[in-house]
Design a protein. Structure first.
Length: 579
């Protein structure tokens, strides 16, 4: 193990030995670390933890006030073929089977160098992180997204176990908030196992007891921390990773922008950091890891995904890619798909930025709803994976669609930011996020689609719901669709009549949650130049590294899985590097 270069840390926050950018003590001029990580999502924090666990002095710099990046907005799942948790589901998987599946899904896009490394290292990463850090995953019987392809399996997506954010101390206040609609009353979070209980609190005594306990804890959390601390989904993954790096003495700076690289005869030796208005030169003896979350909120993103809304954090403006290119890093040709697509709904408020909600699957897959284009007709299977759904919008030129549900659908399952009963929806109706009408004809007039076509579409859908067979788009015919349906809805968990007024419409736009185009790297995430040579001291992971799947999305967590895996490999490489 490499010799530690740790020095006494700045005054920490909370019970752990970690310092963050809200401290009053500031370094002046120049500071030196072994490793500097740009960005605080799962990829960068994994690299930081692995390097620190091997004895290196590590700094993580976060551009915004909040740590967590896009990971904090996500479901917190990682796509890991042949992972250690699949046997608990009765699934026997292998890297060979995963390889066959990826060959089927990717075709000519299959990277014969990186993908075998990913398949080998990903399950190793999961085991090592669970053995050495606070990170814990759990199995979930989610099928792959292309369930009919050779090599497809289930359980490759593993979800993060809930986390008690109080273990972070006051650092919890600087963890990025979840997306509105993924939590109740602002920041009261719930993992998928709790959702049926919290969306039906009066369904049983047990449901009411759990809901009451969560509300009481949430009230206490608000008094002490100003937010909920029962962390779930992507917030839980961020919380567990932050707790892990705290334990290793990693320093965390927020409000700190990486402005340019420090170059030394072709080697990246550090970064210029603008921290709360102060320029600091941060030297990195071993290397710099770019993990800034891509450039989904930059103007440049429009060259890759025109006419799209991005639901990633506002700080994702391409700092990592820019620093990589300034250091001599090479970029590949555009991928066939350059983003994680998802249909997006928008909440426009008078006193703040537009809020964006990605509709991955949980609401739009439920029965009693359809999605139509401007012509009032369905155009796709509403329950299909988000990447394919938005691709369908692109191919058919649909720039605005309408997610339509009846009273039963909304009250039982919710629609985007509109949570199920008993949570109130009046504010969202007043703000224009959700549109309601007593009947389909009136709803069509309100949203500007042809009323006869919408009425006919609803009638056709209702006939499918009665038979349980969608002869138009085959909704509910595969295991992926059914996973996100309602098992109590028979004979098809994704189909129930849409016939109980009032009726609701929610405008949807083609959108994305991250750009998947980034720097060319080798198998250890080292950035390569135009000649395929390693740029010494420079690494890129997550969305700063070009997608190993070239933008394809084989299963849930196909960004987090490779991001953590190559973050793990980068951390190990840094630990082995010569000073």
């Amino acid at each position: 193990m490499a010799k530690s270069h740790r020095k006494p840390l700045l005054t920490g926050v909370g019970p752990q030995k970690c310092s963050i950018g809200v401290n009053k003590t500031r370094p002046r001029g120049e500071v030196t670390y072994d490793v500097v990580v740009v960005g605080s999502g799962c990829s960068g924090l994994t690299a930081a933890f692995v390097a620190a666990k091997h004895g290196l002095k590590v700094l993580v710099v976060e551009k915004t006030k909040y740590f967590g990046g896009t990971t904090a907005y996500s479901g917190g799942g990682a796509w890991i073929p042949a992972n250690k948790h699949q046997p608990a589901l009765g699934v026997q998987d292998s890297s060979t089977q995963g390889e066959a599946y990826l060959h089927e899904v990717l075709g000519d896009l299959y990277d014969s160098e990186k993908i075998p490394i990913f398949l080998q290292s990903a399950p190793e990463m999961v085991k090592w992180m669970e053995d050495n850090s606070t990170v814990r995953f759990k199995p979930v019987p989610l099928p792959d997204y292309h369930v009919t392809r050779k090599g497809a399996s289930m359980g490759r997506t593993i979800l993060t176990e809930k986390f008690d954010g109080r273990q972070l101390g006051s650092l919890i206040k600087n963890v990025r908030y979840p997306i509105q609609g993924y939590s109740a009353f602002g920041t009261m979070q719930a993992d998928p196992e709790e959702l049926p209980v919290l969306t039906s609190p009066f369904g049983s005594v047990a449901n009411l007891t759990l809901a009451t306990k969560k509300l009481l804890r949430y009230a206490m959390d608000l008094l002490q921390y100003g937010k909920g601390t029962d962390m779930a989904n992507g917030n839980a993954l961020v919380g567990r990773l932050l707790h892990s790096v705290q334990q290793q003495g990693v320093e965390l700076w927020n409000n700190s922008t990486a402005s340019k690289p420090v170059l030394d005869d072709g080697r990246v030796g550090g970064l210029q950091i603008l921290r709360d208005g102060e320029d600091i030169t941060v030297y990195a003896r071993r290397g710099v890891v770019l993990a800034s979350g891509g450039f989904g909120r930059s103007e440049e993103a429009k060259q890759f995904v025109p006419h799209e809304w991005c639901a990633c954090p506002r700080g994702a403006t391409g700092d990592g890619k820019r620093i990589g290119v300034e250091s001599g890093g090479a970029l590949p040709p555009k991928n066939p798909m350059n983003a994680i697509f998802a249909p997006i709904s928008l909440l426009r408020v008078s006193n703040g930025p537009v809020r964006r909600f990605p509709h991955f699957a949980i609401d739009r897959s439920k029965p009693g709803s359809i999605i139509v284009g401007p012509d009032g007709r369905r155009f796709a299977n509403e329950s299909e994976p988000y990447q394919e759904f938005v691709t369908n919008m692109h191919h058919k030129g649909i720039k605005k669609a309408y997610y339509i549900g009846d009273r039963t659908h909304l009250r039982k399952y919710g629609m985007g930011m509109a949570l199920p009963w008993p949570y109130p929806i009046w504010r969202l109706l007043r703000q224009g996020y959700l549109i309601s009408a007593p009947n389909i004809f009136a709803l069509a007039q309100k949203i500007g689609v042809p009323a006869p076509e919408l009425e006919q579409t609803i009638a056709e859908y209702n006939s499918f719901a009665k038979t349980g067979i969608d002869t138009q788009y085959h909704r509910g015919e595969n295991s992926y669709d059914r996973f996100y349906g309602d098992p109590q809805s028979q004979p098809n968990p994704n189909l129930q009549p849409c016939m109980t007024g009032p009726f609701y419409a929610l405008p949807l736009y083609p959108g994305n949650v991250s750009i998947l185009y980034g720097l060319i790297t080798n198998n250890d995430a080292q950035v390569l130049d135009q000649h395929g040579q390693v740029i010494a001291g420079l690494y890129a992971v997550g969305c700063d590294q070009n997608s190993v799947f070239k933008g394809a999305y084989p299963g849930g967590g196909s960004s987090i899985g490779p991001g953590m895996t190559f973050g793990y490999r980068a951390g190990r490489r840094l630990a082995a590097a010569h000073t």
